[in-house]
Design a protein around this ligand. Structure first.
Ligand SMILES: Nc1ncnc2c1ncn2[C@@H]1O[C@H](COP(=O)(O)OP(=O)(O)OP(=O)(O)O)[C@@H](O)[C@H]1O
Length: 274
């Protein structure tokens, strides 16, 4: 008897429809539509100035596009209009991000930076502190437990008490990843997590990204210039050029797409990697 294997389409967790973002006369994004599917690693690639960071900024609420729709579906399937939410609300929904230029407090320890990563989940304030001290204590312990779990996961136990500014660049990038992970995200937005790293650091980072995706069940949207990394890590790729989506598909499909090759022509370093 013939076996019927049903191939279930993964759920869509984030959908952008016809996004348009401009700064005065500069169009950063034009008619950008894409979806992020549950459990995938989606890479956003494109030449410099293509609009990659602007897109992540729209998703995390830092930029407000003038056109289009941006919707997040939570684990229960509820729809959330991200264009109506502030960055902290978006983070609380389960969308965390790391930044291209590390955005950590350099004089604070690794542990404190990671605790700050959880602040959007913290309920306590000056009133509840006084009235419900025990509740505050319980909450604090739980946050600390989750942060310690991230520290173990990223293998940074030995630097947990060190000020971030004293760490090597590659480790700072790992702490930046930890800060985003401490938020317990459903979707992690990573803006060039391997930029400026040596080969060994890149390999470590690639392993952590895969483990976060597979073991911690986190959907990942990744901006990356290193095409080798993109080809190895991602399930699907969206290619932006001059603020427009010019291709979407598997790494192999986009690599052979004539529009993508055209967009990268002129940049020999990028072409070599394609
Ligand atoms: N805050 C801003 N004010 C004015 N223009 C901006 C702003 N942010 C982005 N832009 C413009 O939008 C366009 C897209 O920039 P963006 O940084 O999103 O590209 P990118 O693909 O991330 O580039 P890179 O690979 O160099 O980081 C560029 O022309 C940029 O100058």
């Amino acid at each position: 008897m013939e076996a019927h294997v049903s191939e279930r389409q993964p759920r869509v967790r984030l959908k952008a429809e016809h996004l348009g973002l401009h700064f005065g006369g500069v169009a950063a994004l034009t008619d950008v539509s894409l979806e992020v599917r549950e459990g995938e690693i989606l890479a956003i690639i494109g030449p410099n100035g293509a609009g990659k960071t602007s897109l992540l900024n729209c998703i995390s609420g830092l930029y407000r596009p003038q056109q289009g729709r941006l919707v997040f579906y939570d684990r229960q399937g509820n729809e959330h209009n991200l264009l109506k939410k502030k960055p902290a609300e978006i983070a609380r929904l389960g969308i965390a991000r790391s930044f291209q230029n590390i955005e950590l407090f350099r004089h604070m320890t690794v542990l404190d930076n990671l605790m700050l990563g959880r602040h959007v989940h913290m309920q306590g304030n000056i009133f509840t502190c006084g009235l419900y001290w025990w509740r505050q204590q319980k909450e604090e312990i739980e946050h600390r437990r989750r942060v310690e779990d991230v520290i173990d996961f990223l293998e940074i136990e030995n630097i947990r008490r060190k000020p971030v500014g004293t760490l090597a660049y590659g480790l700072q990038k790992r702490v930046e990843l930890g800060r985003a992970l401490a938020l317990d995200p459903d979707i992690l937005l990573l803006d060039e997590p391997m930029a400026g790293m040596n080969v060994e650091e890149k390999e470590d980072m690639a392993r952590f990204i895969l483990d976060i995706n597979q073991e911690r069940d986190v959907t990942i949207v990744l901006i990356e210039h290193d095409m080798g990394v993109v080809m190895d890590l991602s399930d699907r790729v969206v290619v932006l050029d001059f603020g427009r989506v010019i291709a979407t598909g598997t790494p192999e499909e986009v690599r052979q797409n004539p529009l993508v090759i055209q967009a990268y022509l002129g940049d020999e370093a990028l072409m070599e990697q394609l």
